[in-house]
Design a protein around this ligand. Structure first.
Ligand SMILES: NC(=O)c1ccc[n+]([C@@H]2O[C@H](COP(=O)([O-])OP(=O)(O)OC[C@H]3O[C@@H](n4cnc5c(N)ncnc54)[C@H](O)[C@@H]3O)[C@@H](O)[C@H]2O)c1
Length: 315
């Protein structure tokens, strides 16, 4: 077997700018919606109560990937990341392994980037202010991507005042209360999803909500009534209806398939996005392997161009 490169956390983050991630994620949704890229359903392997593992395959752009990644929400207390893992990239032509990539960095960049794409597509045209609820690792990258897409200024809220302060300081934004964050045009929630942070009473006209934290069974960041009151969008219906922010409302019989539009359909022009400036839109991001694929292609391109170096291993 030839040697393959291993892209560690820092290399991934230096290979792809937030702006490039946003463009690549937009492209991934279009390719998938057009049937060019394929993605079997993600498989959950539970390790409750600590967390769960996910196996996420996708194919497109000449490669196939398998992402093996965790969500262990209590890990922060032990000084460990919530999301960790590795992505195997193989040639889709002959199956050869091509690279191993840090899943944590790819996840944060692609999750942040889809928040920016959803805000651009679904938020009101003049949306600027950003509320970040949950300023941990993935919340911080969502904020960076929204800032790269020229949203802001932002209001950062976290139960951990230090996390909110550090993110606000980095981006020149402010620290505020949950109520302050929820008054913004684009509210992005990235908490562990163990208690609702968005209530029906917190909704206001023109608001766009990115719900990123609830990415598995039993997690939710919004009250079911709040979800029902919004025009609904998701990254992918199968995932969102079984392990996303929409799941509670779907299980309660309050939301059905015909009330939810996939982001890819909006991006390809097959379905409308926001239909009135005053309405409230909610995007449920559960995280797709096609997003990971898009950013693995970006890392490989940066490596080929000599922009980043990687350690090589023979497997
Ligand atoms: N949708 C996706 O694609 C996707 C991708 C990555 C992570 N996630 C999910 O996002 C969540 C956060 O992941 P992370 O890696 O950023 O974790 P993290 O531990 O780094 O950050 C979570 C932050 O939320 C804060 N928090 C907890 N409860 C809160 C509350 N009620 N109000 C405000 N802040 C609160 C914590 O203090 C912490 O700073 C997890 O549930 C993870 O599974 C989803």
């Amino acid at each position: 077997m030839p040697e393959i490169p291993v892209f560690n956390h820092e290399t991934v983050l230096s290979a792809i700018s937030a702006s490039e991630a946003i463009e690549r994620i937009r492209h991934a949704f279009v390719e998938y919606a057009s049937g060019e890229w394929t993605m079997p359903p993600k498989v959950y392997l539970d390790a409750y109560p600590a967390g769960d593992f996910r196996a996420m395959p996708a194919k497109g752009g000449g490669v196939a990937i398998l992402k093996w990644v965790t969500s262990f929400p209590g890990n922060a207390a032990a000084g460990l990341p919530v999301v960790m893992g590795v992505i195997c990239v193989s040639s889709a032509e002959d199956g050869r392994p091509l690279a191993l990539v840090d899943a944590r960095a790819i996840t944060a960049l692609r999750t942040g980037a889809v928040a920016a794409v959803a805000a651009q597509e679904l938020g009101p045209e003049d949306a600027r202010t950003v509320g970040i609820v949950g300023c941990g690792f993935n919340g911080a990258w969502a904020a960076r991507c929204l800032a790269a897409a020229e949203f802001g200024p932002g209001m950062c809220f976290d139960l951990d005042a230090e996390a909110a302060g550090s993110l606000a300081g980095e981006l020149g934004w402010e620290v505020g209360s949950l109520e302050d964050a929820l008054t913004c045009d684009v509210v992005t929630c990235v908490t562990p999803g163990d208690q609702p942070v968005v209530r029906e009473a917190s909704l206001h006209a023109r608001m766009h909500l990115n719900m990123l934290g609830a990415d598995g069974p039993g997690k939710a960041e919004a009250e079911v009534g709040a979800v029902r009151a919004c025009r609904l969008f998701c990254d992918e219906w199968r995932q969102a209806s079984h392990g996303g922010e929409l799941t509670g409302a779907v299980e309660a019989g309050l939301v059905t398939r015909d009330q939810v539009t996939d982001l890819g359909a909006v991006l390809t022009g097959a379905a409308p996005g926001r239909q009135a400036p005053d309405e409230i839109t909610l995007f449920d991001s559960t995280g797709l392997a096609i997003q990971d694929l898009a950013l693995c292609l970006a890392v490989l391109a940066a490596h080929r161009a000599g922009t980043v170096k990687a350690q090589a291993v023979r497997i």
